[in-house]
Design a protein around this ligand. Structure first.
Ligand SMILES: [Zn+2]
Length: 73
């Protein structure tokens, strides 16, 4: 492997790593979702946001919503 080829490979690798980093950050933002409940504005616990990517309500509001849905309101 000549020097030029080696540098080329390194450049590709650096680019891949940078892309992976960007992708990670992008995924983390998508994963964190909303910081505050859509209904009451209370903070949504980070644990809940981590467990449920689409969490847009706090536990309390989500539970109430589910009860309503079950009753067919
Ligand atoms: Zn709420």
């Amino acid at each position: 492997m000549n020097g030029e080829r080696l540098i080329e490979n390194m450049a590709v690798r650096i680019e891949e790593e940078r892309d992976a980093g960007v992708e990670r950050v992008r995924r983390r933002i998508a994963r964190t979702g909303r910081a505050h409940c859509l209904n009451c504005g209370d903070g949504i616990e980070p644990a809940r946001r981590a467990a449920l990517t689409s969490a847009i309500r706090c536990v309390e509001c989500e539970r109430r919503r589910e009860v309503r849905a079950m009753r067919g309101w």
